[in-house]
Design a protein around this ligand. Structure first.
Ligand SMILES: Cc1cc2nc3c(=O)[nH]c(=O)nc-3n(C[C@H](O)[C@H](O)[C@H](O)COP(=O)(O)OP(=O)(O)OC[C@H]3O[C@@H](n4cnc5c(N)ncnc54)[C@H](O)[C@@H]3O)c2cc1C
Length: 426
């Protein structure tokens, strides 16, 4: 099993062979070249705004080219929790944003002619235990009544029409979700931003952001620039340059394996409708097919990607994949890789302004559609000056309980253990 991001073998990613110089001035400087930053840059550049994307590595290097490609409806927290915490009216607005986010990806892919296999395949949420299935039954009525959104139950006896395994106790289907190849998508988004007139600067780590009166002075490793607005789009890689934001984001590792190519018959058996599949656990597995390979992910190690966590996760994920699909026992796993998720302490996504700097952070593993959407939304709000009115800006961005966090997540092993116990007892 090779430590390499499989998706990168499917597309020419942006590289650093022809580095754009850092301009002296721009209207908007964006830190981070993933879906959030590139989507914002595309929208701003199309409106004639001068915009620069500053990226430590190369465009799409972060989570945006490493993820499962599941383009999902809904938010990370259950919508019941969202209603409880923020009220019915705001919950409805937030859920509608999630539906709009999938539509926006669909629209961008079409408008920009991005060859990334986007398709509304639907997602399948599988029940690990009978009582999860009971909860899913309640979910169908709840989503219809509260959000006028149709999801459908699949009973244990009909499960084989959706997935080639008997380990689950039923499932729920949401036909509105989609899937794509994440690296092809982010490469396409970078191309679109570039064509629209954005300046994309790779190898341009931002080291310092200063402010004098209403202007920002940004120091990068390749030179400095002055900008009227700054957008932080650094997700799980948020660092000390935006210290206050770093203290609100927990970086958590997520890992994926990709098998060798499978036969058409086996592919059809494993996922007859080519769904984006994930299970009900806190410590969840998510998986889908792409070009006859099984792409199987999970939070196998909690700490972000490094040689050890990736190697360890490869073994764990292969075992977990074989528990779900015993028919893959003799199949070779060719690739393993990892990336970093960004969790806020309330597991919600947040947009807003911290000391004058704009941010969109906290996608919690739910950012393919949402990062695209909020990048675009923040860009539009910059133009209109009305970011505070956006549904995702209407609630607070919590700090760590008791302030016991400086950006280095010492508590992750305890959190991991807590969720494993919860998965066992719930
Ligand atoms: C393994 C994995 C699987 C996932 N699966 C799914 C999925 O199936 N569906 C889904 O919806 N979501 C999924 N996600 C989440 C999704 O990928 C992210 O939410 C989304 O890509 C976030 O995009 P972004 O642009 O905000 O951040 P990123 O793509 O992470 O980009 C942030 C960038 O900021 C750069 N940066 C950081 N600091 C600086 C600095 N000081 N100066 C310059 N640049 C800087 C980094 O180098 C990085 O490239 C997954 C994530 C991972 C890791």
């Amino acid at each position: 099993m090779k430590q390499h991001i499989y998706w990168h073998t499917t597309v020419q990613m942006h590289d650093d062979s022809n580095l754009a110089p850092i301009p002296a001035k721009a209207d908007v400087a964006i830190i981070g070249g993933g879906y959030t930053g590139l989507s914002a840059a595309r929208t701003l550049a199309k409106q004639g705004v001068s915009v620069v994307v500053l990226e430590t590595e190369t465009m799409g290097w972060g989570a945006s080219s490493r993820n499962g490609g599941m383009t999902l409806t809904g938010l990370k927290p259950a919508m019941q929790t969202v209603i409880k915490n923020y009220g019915r009216e705001l919950a409805k607005e937030l859920f509608q944003c999630s539906l709009d986010s999938v539509s926006l990806v669909e629209q961008i892919v079409k408008e920009e002619n991005i060859d990334c296999g986007f398709s509304r395949t639907g997602h399948l949420l599988t029940a690990n235990k009978p009582k999860h299935y009971d909860a899913l039954q309640g979910e169908v009525d709840f989503m219809a009544k509260e959000f006028n959104h149709n999801v459908r139950l699949v009973s244990p006896k009909d499960l084989r029409s959706e997935i080639g395994t008997d380990v689950y106790h039923g499932a729920l289907v949401d036909e509105a979700s989609g899937g794509l190849n994440p690296a092809q998508y982010v490469a396409g988004l970078a191309g679109a931003a570039d064509r629209a007139g954005a300046t994309l600067c790779a190898r341009a780590r931002v080291n310092k952001i200063g402010r004098r009166e209403k202007r920002f002075f940004i120091q990068t490793e390749r030179g400095s620039l002055e900008a009227e607005s700054v957008l932080v789009a650094t997700s799980g890689y948020t660092g000390g340059v935006t210290k206050k934001l770093q203290k609100k984001i927990i970086p958590i590792g997520s890992f994926i394996i990709a098998t060798e190519r499978l036969s058409d018959e086996l592919v059809h058996e494993l996922s007859p409708k080519n769904r984006m599949i994930f299970d009900y656990k806190h410590f969840l597995n998510y998986f889908r097919l792409w070009e006859n390979r099984m792409i199987f992910g999970g939070r196998a190690a909690f700490f972000p990607e490094n040689e050890n966590t990736v190697a360890q996760s490869g073994e764990i994920l292969q075992r977990e994949m074989m528990q779900v699909y015993p028919q893959l026992k003799d199949i070779k796993v060719e690739y393993v890789w990892g990336g970093t998720l960004d969790f806020a302490f309330d597991q919600m996504t947040h947009v807003g302004e911290e000391e004058g700097v704009l941010y969109s952070l906290g996608y919690a593993g739910h950012g393919v559609a949402m990062a695209t959407y909020l990048g675009d939304a923040v860009a539009k709000a910059v133009l209109k000056g009305n970011l505070k009115e956006h549904p995702f800006a209407k609630f607070g961005f919590p700090s760590a309980p008791l302030g016991l966090y400086n950006g280095s997540p010492w508590f992750l092993p305890f959190v991991g253990l807590y969720y494993k116990i919860l998965d066992y007892v719930e």
